[in-house]
Ligand binder design. Structure first.
Ligand code: ADE
Length: 259
């Protein structure tokens, strides 16, 4: 396999480093690690705890349920990660804390982060981290309005999203330029063989070989799906004349269908 220059270096702070094998050893992301387009280093804050029992969590001041990750082991781990990245020539590493209270991850945010050279990601457990650690954090990121049991899956979700944006990761057949959200719309529907499945036929236009008609059909399908599932995206998007016309067609068709 051809090797390339490392484009993005990750240092992950986690109490469960083994979980990251799901990312580093499988599929598209696994291939990016093998090709050395991305570099991964896992740090366990427990190794930075100075106490005999390697404690990393404690109760919250003021009472309340749950435990917090303590500041000292985390800050030491962040500093070690930044030092390592600096020794690799990365001077502007960004520290990210995965938290449901962070800013929502979007396609644009993922694109922006994929252009960084080095990221230090805190995958916290328990009820989160001691607030004072935020003095070492550049960004807080959430992957959605729901709470998971830890930051590992959110970190892996974000990393997968960033890695697939990097040049050389996807081959031509898998191009990320066709993904949902790239043009502010959801991806259109797709069909593969057989042409007829349980009496359901592939739309005629896709068999026609007429590239312009296929492009228009796909754009209309994208608009239809976005209108149905994510009207919030349409409200944010500046539509072209062609998209406005297609959306009007869709709305007329839907009105006729409901009569
Ligand atoms: N940790 C727990 N839930 C999370 C979420 N939704 N996003 C980011 N980190 C999290």
């Amino acid at each position: 396999m051809k090797t390339s220059k490392v484009l993005l270096t990750f240092d992950i702070l986690t109490l469960m480093p083994e979980m990251f094998l799901a990312l580093s050893d499988y599929g598209v992301t696994g291939r990016a690690f093998k090709k050395k387009i991305v570099n991964l280093n896992l740090l366990n804050p427990r190794e930075f705890s100075t106490d005999l029992h390697k404690t990393v969590d404690d109760r919250t001041y003021g009472g309340g349920p749950g435990m917090l990750m303590m500041a000292d082991p985390l800050v030491k781990a962040i500093e070690a990660a930044k030092k390592r990245q600096s020794s690799l020539g990365i001077k502007d590493s960004k520290v990210i804390h995965m938290t449901p209270s962070g800013k929502l991850l979007s396609h644009n945010k993922a694109k922006e982060l994929s252009e960084c050279k080095g990221l230090v990601i805190i995958a916290s457990r328990y009820e989160g981290i001691d607030e004072r650690v935020n003095n070492w954090v550049d960004e807080e990121i959430s992957i959605g309005d729901y709470v998971l049991s830890g930051g590992e899956l959110p970190a892996m979700t974000m990393m997968d999203c960033l890695i697939r944006q990097l040049p050389g990761v996807l081959n031509d057949d898998e191009s990320a330029t066709q993904d949902s959200f790239v043009n502010g719309l959801l991806d259109h529907s797709h069909f593969t063989r057989p042409e007829i499945f349980k009496e359901m036929k592939v739309p005629e236009v896709l068999l026609s070989g007429n590239h312009e008609k296929i492009r228009l059909w796909r754009l209309k399908e994208s608009l239809k799906l976005t209108w149905r599932n994510r009207p919030d995206l349409l409200a944010e998007k500046l539509l072209t004349k062609e998209e406005t016309r297609l959306l009007e067609e869709i709305q007329i068709e839907q009105e006729q269908d409901s009569i």
